[in-house]
Design a protein around this ligand. Sequence first.
Ligand code: TYD
Length: 137
Amino acid sequence: MEKSKIFDCCVHELPKIHNRAGNITPITGLVNIPFETKRVYFLYDIPGGETRGGHAHRNLQQLIIAASGSFDVLLDDGINKKIINLNRPYFGLHVVPGIWRELINFSSGAICLVLASLKYDEHDYLRNYEEFINFKK
Ligand code: TYD
């Protein structure tokens, strides 16, 4: 959490069951991703030029997927930053706790699917960048 680094966040290739009539990507907790999913949410109807995220979590782990379209995820551990482009529904970015993230450059009609390790808890959020930097010290 306090010590986590952007290098702990990585893109997982998810299973893809190929079919003439379309594909299926199943995601099983502790098999395809390193946590059990307690909550799923998705972002959609995102206006052009809009930024989402802009916060960190104390304990929450997430898998972020571009279920449709594409976007960039900016990751920041208070020292290093990196940008990951997500543009395929069978890749998921695992974001460990204690990482500041911003979601930018959404394509038109993009859908961002998020699998979360915990139920929603506003107390788990670090919404202020200075507060985040203090948390990382
Ligand atoms: P937030 O996590 O800040 O959105 P994003 O990071 O995508 O910009 O959440 C935006 C609002 O939605 C905030 O008021 C909390 C609420 N919310 C819930 O009630 N439950 C949830 O599971 C999530 C993710 C958000």
